[in-house]
Ligand binder design. Structure first.
Ligand SMILES: NC(=O)c1ccc[n+]([C@@H]2O[C@H](COP(=O)([O-])OP(=O)(O)OC[C@H]3O[C@@H](n4cnc5c(N)ncnc54)[C@H](OP(=O)(O)O)[C@@H]3O)[C@@H](O)[C@H]2O)c1
Length: 284
């Protein structure tokens, strides 16, 4: 049985669907099963992963674990790994980040620090592991949904920051292959998973407009102001400012583009325009 943390999230929901379609037995974790809307084929279990007492029951009987640090936060990561070892889990697929480089600079910012701490805990666990080091998510554009719905104008400090946005379903597809693997080929692999092409933030906003069939544009606004307006308890202002600083370093660069999705799943990675098409309803 495979336990999926963050099962209602961008990646988790896709992953649950993919694992069920492959005939796997799935336990989907959420803090609110009534609101989760998860498929009936999955065993949906209530668990707040910041509560140490929830971890044992959530993991009991599991062979494999998909660990997403969005579910419970970075601090919960090592505790969840320890609980997985105690519960007899054999394999962990960790949703990590391209920001992890395995060098001392991993301590330099919030994103790489959180994921590298979890990676170290997983490596030290003695379990089989695969890291899915995702590049910038296409789904980050959902933060613009309200502005696009209301005015078509996105206020953002970094029009020229450039990434290779990756579709959440491509991340889920790579994770599913690693979780279901019977060959050992994915054990001990740190996969950098990106989309297939470079897109600036201004280009992403324009891509969404093309899918909607109406004009959209990015208007430059100060980072401080945007971070203040977009801050949430999960992504506080300071973290957003760190993310903007990270994105600022990409201006004028060529972002990494990997063939991991094709190699691992046998299908090409989807473009940002395809992602926007899949999410058109979020922006209408
Ligand atoms: N954004 C990027 O560009 C990027 C790039 C690389 C890596 N990452 C990493 O990817 C992760 C985000 O993945 P995602 O987009 O799939 O996540 P997501 O859509 O934000 O979903 C996270 C899920 O976690 C659950 N959750 C939150 N707090 C919880 C708690 N205390 N206990 C149990 N469950 C909890 C929520 O489910 P319920 O409400 O149902 O409980 C939520 O659906 C982050 O760790 C981020 O650092 C992001």
């Amino acid at each position: 049985m495979i336990v999926v943390t963050g099962a209602t999230g961008n990646i988790g929901r896709r992953l649950v669907g993919r694992l069920l379609a492959e005939g796997a037995s799935v336990r989907a974790l959420t803090r609110d099963p009534e609101r989760a809307g998860l498929p009936s084929g999955a065993e949906t279990v209530r668990a707040d992963l910041t509560d140490p007492a929830a971890l044992g029951p959530a993991l009991s009987g599991a062979d494999a674990l998909f660990l997403n640090l969005a579910a419970g936060g970075g601090d919960a990561g090592p505790a969840i790994v320890e609980a997985a070892v105690r519960a007899g889990v054999r394999r962990i697929v960790l949703n990590s980040s391209i920001a992890v480089t395995d060098g001392p600079e991993d301590d330099d910012n919030f994103v790489s620090r959180m994921h590298s701490v979890a990676e170290r805990a997983v490596r030290a666990s003695g379990l089989e592991w695969t890291f899915v080091r995702g590049g910038a998510y296409a789904a980050n554009a959902l933060l613009w949904a309200e502005e696009i719905r209301e005015s078509g104008v996105v206020r953002d400090p970094l029009p020229d920051a450039v990434t290779s946005p990756v579709h959440e379903d491509d991340l889920a597809a790579v994770a599913a292959v690693a979780l279901l693997d019977r060959t050992g080929a994915h054990n001990g692999q740190a996969y950098v998973v990106t989309g297939p092409e470079a897109r600036t933030r201004a280009e992403q906003v324009a891509d969404i407009g093309r899918v909607l069939g109406r004009p959209t544009r990015l208007e430059v606004a100060p980072a401080e102001q945007v971070a203040e307006e977009r801050a949430t308890p999960v992504l506080p202002k300071e973290a957003l400012l760190e993310l903007f600083s990270l994105f600022a370093t990409t201006v004028g660069t060529t972002p990494p583009i990997t063939d991991t999705v094709q190699r691992v799943t046998g299908r090409p990675a989807r473009t940002f325009a395809q992602w926007a098409q899949d999410h058109a309803a979020d922006f209408r």
